[in-house]
Structure formats: structure tokens, C-alpha cells
Design a protein around this ligand. Structure first.
Ligand code: ATP
Ligand code: AH0
Length: 360
């Protein structure tokens, strides 16, 4: 199946689109990919929406307007990519994520995006709504990419850890017997981007310059590292804003711009190290995907926090910017074929679980 995967992550930077040929179990060819940045107004409105989402009715006009604009950007990304395909994998923009572990029917996860509109605008069938069946069954609803990591890493030496540093961090550990253990590690670029925006007005701390000019504050870092999320065993997943209160209470706001950025970088790296303590065995190496691998301050902090080698996924021949979008192409094929998306080791569902929906 020729698919185009579409991912707009928690950092709200835009839409990644990637072409993949796949049967859902294997990847044939990977093709071109692109990132279409959200325009600053949409990014601002989505950031506002994250703060409002908990109290918003589904027919709120501001919400619907954001949803339409998000969908239009996705259609534009598909059209710009200009590759022949049969199926789109449309993740949508997460605005709220509150799973209720082990309590079927109680959790909530919300990705905005109008699949029918995207199907009309592109003339293609769309797989969408990847997370709700898992949350409805009492799973975490995230992360979903681990099964695709496993497909991609079939020939790599194990145990292996694949770390994605987006707005939130998530990791997939793959054992020698192909066992999967996957979960969200903690905040990654999300709080760093918010910090950089307040301190410098920029969308993010480009090349980690601000963080590299500062020193982590031991007291603030110590308070953050005491957060119960880090010690809690997997399965577990996060909302983009889950640590905002902890960051305020830890006194991060009182730090200088550079020390604050350095402290957030150190926290992200130490949260990854804490994640490693939940693995059944240490990995032989960590392969890093997502925008965070472009931040030298973060990569340096990871190298000092982790005992094993840390390398960008490019060493395995993968594209760390396109990986998540490619994964949603593969997941779309899995939806179309009725293959499971989530597993006991990834989202904590009791059984491997299918999910997602298809437009007509
Ligand atoms: N050169 C760079 N220097 C520092 N940080 C960078 C650089 N390039 C990208 N980033 C960071 O990467 C982020 C984008 O990462 P990515 O696209 O992986 O996130 P996402 O897909 O939105 O998130 P998620 O994986 O949580 O869904 C930016 O917001 C920024 O913080
Ligand atoms: C609810 C939600 O959108 N979660 C995202 C987010 O961004 C990173 C991390 O938190 C991960 O759990 C997930 O995304 C990836 C694509 C996943 O599901 O594998």
C-alpha cells in the first residue's frame, strides 16, 4: 500500500508528511517527506486551545475554527508532497490527553482534525482516530509508534532503546526476544519551547544556545526529579501540560533565562535516565529521533546522564525528522488491515488491540 503519514506533534510546530510503501508489517520503500510549519497565528491559537481544552464543548466555534485550519494545513502538506498514494494516516493535533489506566470508559484523549474534510480535499481515503479505542479499553492511548519502531529495527542489535524527543519524550525498548516496553519519559521540548518563548521571544532555543550559556540549578532539578511520574512503572503517558504545575512549584520561573533553560534540559535528560531504570535490561545503545536531537545541549546532557552510547537515528539510516510521520503511514496500513496498534507492553492494554477508523 502506498501511504502518506501525517503527524502534527505536541510541540505545535507544524505538519510532518512522509510517503511510505508498507503492508503494515514491513516497510517496502520510504519516500519523500516534508514539514509544513503552522503559521504563527495558528500556533498561538493551538497553544491557547491546549489551556482551554478541558472545559471546551466539542462544538465550540474557536475549536471548530482551529480544527478546520489544522485540517487545511494537512491537506496542503499532502498536496505539496505530490506523491501517489492510496491511504493517508492522519493523527490530528492532540489538545488533551487524560487516559485512565485500567479503567475502561473513563479516560479521554482528544485529537482535533476533520478526516472527512481531509478525504474530500485530497481525494484519498483517510485512517484517523488512532488513540481512542485504546483509551476506551483502559489503555494509555500513547505511545503508538513503538510497534513501528519494532518493524523498523528488525535487523538492529538488541536490546535497543529508541527515544523520541518531541514536545514530550517517549521511548521504546526492544528486547532480544522482541519484547516491547514503551512509555512517555517526561517533558522534552515542550517546557523548553515555552521557556525560550518567554525569555527570548523565539519559538525554541535554537541549537541549545541559551541552555549552553547556563548552569542547571541543583535545587530546582532535585524538586523536579522527585515528581512521582518518573518512578511510576510503565505503562504511562503524558499530556503536553502535565508538568506545568510541577515546574511552577519547583521554582523554575525564578531562574535566569540561561539557567532556566539549562535546568529544563537537565530535567529532560534525567527523566530519560529514570526511564531507563524501568527497562528489563540496559539497551546496547539509544537511538534518538525528533527535534530534540538537533539540540546540542540536550544531546550532551543525555550523553552524560546515560551509561550507554546515545546517537541520532540517522546512524541506523533512518530520518529522525520524518520518523513519526512515516510511522503514521504504517499505522494507517495496520488500521486498513485490521492489525493491532497497541500492546500490553506499549499502552498497557490487556491484549493486543486494533484501533483507528477509516473514511468511506
Ligand atoms: N536546531 C534546533 N535546536 C534546538 N531545538 C530544536 C532544533 N530543531 C528542533 N528543535 C526542537 O524540536 C522541536 C520539534 O520537535 P518535533 O518536531 O520532534 O516535535 P513534535 O513532533 O511536535 O512532538 P511530539 O513527538 O511530542 O509529538 C522544536 O519545538 C524544538 O524545541
Ligand atoms: C497523546 C499524544 O499525542 N501523545 C504524543 C506525545 O508526543 C510524544 C509522546 O507524547 C507520545 O506519547 C505521543 O506521540 C507519539 C507519536 C506516539 O504516540 O508514539
Amino acid at each position: 500500500m502506498r501511504t502518506i503519514g501525517l503527524m502534527s506533534g505536541t510541540s505545535l510546530d507544524g505538519v510532518d508528511a512522509a510517503w511510505v510503501e508498507t503492508d503494515g508489517d514491513r516497510i517496502g520503500r520510504v519516500g519523500p517527506s516534508l514539514t509544513l510549519p503552522y503559521e504563527p497565528e495558528l500556533r498561538r491559537d493551538l497553544r491557547k486551545l491546549l489551556d482551554m481544552a478541558g472545559d471546551l464543548p466539542a462544538d465550540d466555534p474557536f475549536l471548530l475554527d482551529c480544527e478546520r485550519r489544522v485540517t487545511e494545513r494537512h491537506a496542503e502538506a499532502v498536496i505539496r508532497l505530490g506523491q501517489p498514494a492510496e491511504l493517508l494516516g492522519f493523527h490530528g493535533q492532540t489538545i488533551l490527553h487524560r487516559p485512565a489506566a485500567g479503567r475502561p470508559g473513563e479516560g479521554r484523549t482528544w485529537q482535533i482534525g476533520d478526516a472527512a474534510l481531509l478525504a474530500r480535499a485530497t481525494g484519498l481515503r483517510v485512517a484517523h482516530d488512532f488513540r481512542s479505542a485504546d483509551v476506551a479499553a483502559g489503555g494509555q492511548g500513547a505511545p503508538l509508534v513503538p510497534i513501528v519502531h519494532a518493524v523498523m529495527a528488525a535487523d538492529l542489535p538488541k536490546p535497543l532503546a529508541i527515544l523520541n524527543l518531541g514536545g514530550v519524550g517517549n521511548v521504546t525498548w526492544i528486547g532480544a526476544d522482541h519484547r516491547l516496553v514503551a512509555f512517555d519519559t517526561g517533558p522534552a521540548n515542550g517546557p523548553l519551547d515555552d521557556w525560550a518563548r518567554r525569555a527570548t521571544g523565539a519559538d525554541y532555543d535554537k541549537d541549545g544556545r541559551l541552555a549552553l550559556a547556563g548552569q542547571p540549578d541543583g535545587a530546582v532539578l532535585g524538586r523536579l526529579l522527585a515528581h512521582p511520574y518518573l518512578a511510576a512503572p510503565p505503562p504511562k503517558s503524558l499530556d503536553r501540560l502535565d508538568f506545568d504545575r510541577a515546574l511552577r512549584e519547583a521554582g523554575a520561573a525564578e531562574l535566569s533565562p540561561a539557567d532556566g533553560a539549562a535546568t529544563l534540559v537537565a530535567f529532560c535528560a534525567c527523566a530519560v535516565a529514570a526511564a531507563g531504570r524501568h527497562f528489563p535490561e540496559p539497551p546496547r545503545q539509544w537511538l534518538v529521533a525528533g527535534g530534540g536531537r538537533r539540540n546540542p545541549a540536550l544531546m550532551r546532557a543525555l550523553a552524560s546522564a546515560l551509561a550507554e552510547p546515545v546517537r541520532p537515528v540517522e546512524v541506523a539510516g533512518w530520518d529522525g525528522d520524518a520518523l513519526e510521520a512515516q510511522a503514521f503511514g504504517v499505522l494507517a496500513a495496520r488500521v486498513a488491515k485490521g492489525l493491532p496498534l497497541t500492546y500490553p507492553g506499549t499502552t498497557g492494554t490487556p491484549e493486543p488491540l486494533t484501533g483507528g477508523r477509516l473514511t468511506a
